[in-house]
Write a new protein. Sequence first.
Length: 451
Amino acid sequence: MKKRPAKKARATTKAKSVTPETRVSRFLTRHGANYRDIDIDTWTKRFCSEMENGLAGKKSSLKMIPTYIEVDTEHELPVDKKVIVLDAGGTNFRVSTVRFDASRNPVVENFTTHRMPGIERELAKDEFYAAMSAHVRAVADVSDSISFCFSYPVEMFPSKDGKLMHWTKEVKAKAVEGSFIGEGLTAALAANGASKKNIVILNDTVATLLAGRSVSGARQYGSYIGFILGTGTNTSYVEANRNITKVKGLDAKRSQCINIEMGGMNVLPHGDLDDALDATTQDKGNYRLEKIVSGRYLGPLALLAVHAACREGLFSPAAATLLSSLTALETKDINDFISMPNDTEYSLSRLVMGDDARTLWHLFDMLVSRSAAITAINLASVVIRSGAGTDPLAPVGITAEGTTFHRLAGLKQKTERFLGAYLREKKGIYYDILTVENATLIGTAVAGLMN
């Protein structure tokens, strides 16, 4: 008789000992969003399969876009030759001129930043190109060459111009889809009195890849990868032409940069919170990876998770009432709370305390961990696909860009931990993660000067 109460007491003590971290972990598992449930090896193989299908023109969520841009290791950059460099991505449209001095140091001049056309309202095709032209006109006479980093899905052509497939990142200019970006911009510039321009279109990840190549100096790398994780996310790498079987007539002895459009990866671990976020976006059903890991979507995804956690009793009634009233979260809010959870300068820190604060902290931190795990799968897949990195004297050089990757609390460190445990420890593949200041500008300039 005396043993039964003892068992009951132990069960009650055990129930009360469930930590905020454990509650959050179980909650995320129920919703298909727990990084601990992701097997990196399994998903890396699936990512590699999607890449291979995309190169062959088979059904794939990855576009694997040939860029016709090679990583030129045989020629030096021209000295003091200026190129007009444009950068369209996220919410900003940047304009500058770039040249390289005798020491191969980039010199950036005439730098200006503008709002990306189509961010604030729907634009007609002529309005879109006229808006871009107005921003470029001030430097149009500096050079006859324009290198345009255009960070949206484009079908590239041997002419180095690209046809916009569709918008991402919530840009509103539907009529521009299907048009050649370089052709549209040069026509708008000509209408404003500018001379004829030679234009190269490339993606920001290709620019980042080329920046890594341009500053590698005496360090030998087996191959190069360009990786962006900011407002959106994408990856590029160097592929042998013989493996790009969906394109006929390529020189099988050469290679070129591939714009993977990795943000479009739809074959990946996800759950009902991800589905709920996807239903609110302009491009429903597409770019599922980007909607899990990138800065544009992490805040809204966290808001859905917080509201669900309130409904399911993870927070006290008082905290749940306050958190349920939140109508918006940004990635910056996640970063601030993870970094400084006790600083009442931030609004979230004024809403919760004690175990409620710990619960919220673990919820945000685990969502960042999931972003890191999927980002590691992305990078591991591309490194493996490159075929390089088996020699420690010639690792794969991954040039990484993006404020989300570099500044979101814990993301870079977690990604490197997942990636190292898989590639270095399990696969024996070597890589370096490189940081290049002004990588997008520098790589875009290299593309314009070398093409």
